[in-house]
Design a protein around this ligand. Structure first.
Ligand SMILES: Cc1ncc(COP(=O)(O)O)c(C=O)c1O
Length: 391
């Protein structure tokens, strides 16, 4: 590949923010809903309304299959992982409770927690190592009699560091409190099984590695937890319309208002794509791209790379810096001169940057995806070499 100053060439390395391109089936499913269905699900009872309800149920079912969930009604749809995390955190924690989290969290976890702190919730932020790893022993040491919840990202959106979720889940289960996992970076990219990993609450984005459109996400809620989990919003659900109080059953308790049916049609197609390709195959492709990139960066001068050195311990999000070039300058040059799209800065995770020593300038983040190619990695390495050399 050669640089194309006419900007016809585009290399999308921002999959950690949102995936692109999407599988062909995603737009097809959304178009089908729009042209052939169009009704409001669970409301009117006519054939188009029933068809819309069926689409949403099918999306729930494929997600349940992907995450090893026995009953697909345990999934509540949200507009993104942020909303799912807010439902989980604001719904579970009360004044006097203690919550444990890590120093690698996204602001979608930290901001609700810092708000809850002002309401009397105590927070322990367990420090991770310089490459972002959370030690289960340190989590264990932070447990108190008032501990109600551990909330942890499955993988950092800054360094890609994968946390030992199953081990953490079993510590939490043994101590009888709840485990919430932020799977924004991993749903569709790494295997997730809620029972094997002892996960009580799983928040996920639909628009990243699940290949759905923006405006989709969800929260898995283990059976029984809904009895103690306040909804964030209340309103019409199409069920129990004779009552003025919010239904107390799944998923209606957390799904007030007309849903994003067209988006959920697209999400269903995205998840079907993941199931057809296989999470293992997707992981293997992304790990291969990451390994190639890490090896290439190691051979360049003036580059600092963050996170675990081996691709097996991380997702396909790689943070690095080029000596003498700020992340925002580098990202601008990569876009304008080379057509490479990435994300510079703090990636909504200031604590993670403090942990790896890159606060406040942040890093350049490349987020590889299933549709990226080896030749794009080689081209990007050459572009980075040239920026580092001041060419
Ligand atoms: C680790 C992590 N948590 C939460 C979020 C928020 O996800 P969403 O944009 O779907 O709300 C992101 C998004 O980048 C993320 O990377």
């Amino acid at each position: 590949m050669e640089p194309d100053p006419g900007k016809n060439q585009l290399i999308y390395f921002d999959n950690a923010a949102t995936s692109w391109p999407k599988p062909a089936g995603m737009m097809g499913a959304m178009g089908y809903y729009n042209e052939m269905i169009g009704g409001s699900p669970g409301r009117s009872g006519h054939r188009r309304s029933l068809d819309a309800g069926r689409i949403i149920l099918e999306t729930r079912e494929v997600l349940a299959e992907l995450f090893g969930i026995d009953d697909s009604l345990r999934i509540a749809f949200t507009k993104n992982a942020t909303e799912a995390l807010n439902i989980a955190l604001l719904g579970i924690l009360h004044s006097g409770d203690h919550v444990i989290t890590s120093s690698m969290e996204h602001n979608s976890v930290m901001r609700p927690l810092r708000f809850l702190e002002t309401q009397g919730v105590q927070i322990s932020v367990v420090s991770c190592s310089g490459d972002g790893r959370l030690s289960p022993e340190d989590v264990h040491a932070a447990i108190r009699p008032q501990t109600r919840l551990l909330v942890v990202t499955h993988a950092s959106n800054v360094t890609g560091t994968i946390q030992p979720i199953a081990e953490l889940g079993h510590i939490v289960r043994d101590h009888g409190f709840l485990f919430c996992v932020d799977a924004a970076q991993t749903a569709g990219a790494l295997p997730i099984h809620v029972d094997e990993m002892a996960i009580d609450l799983l928040a996920f984005s639909g628009h990243k590695s699940l290949f759905g459109p923006q405006g989709t996400g969800g929260l898995y809620i283990r059976e029984g937890i809904e009895r103690h989990l306040r909804p964030l919003m209340m309103g019409g659900t199409g069920s129990r319309s004779e009552f003025e109080v919010q239904p107390d059953f799944m998923p209606d308790k957390y799904e007030s208002g007309t849903p994003n049916t067209i988006g959920l049609a697209g999400l269903g197609a995205g998840v079907r794509f993941v199931l057809t390709e296989g999470v293992e195959a997707i992981r293997s492709k992304e790990e291969g791209l990451t390994e190639r990139f890490l090896k290439g960066l190691a051979s360049l001068k003036g580059i600092a790379v963050y996170g675990p050195p081996d691709a097996a311990s991380r997702t396909a999000a790689v943070s690095f810096n080029i000596a003498g070039v700020s992340p925002s300058e580098a990202a601008l040059e990569l876009d304008e001169r080379f057509g490479i799209l990435c994300r510079p800065g703090l990636h909504c995770a200031p604590a993670a940057h403090r942990t790896i020593g890159t606060f406040s300038q942040g890093t350049i983040r490349f987020g590889f995806g299933y549709f990226n190619k080896d030749e794009e990695i080689s081209f990007a390495l050459e572009a980075i070499r040239s920026l580092a050399a001041g060419d």
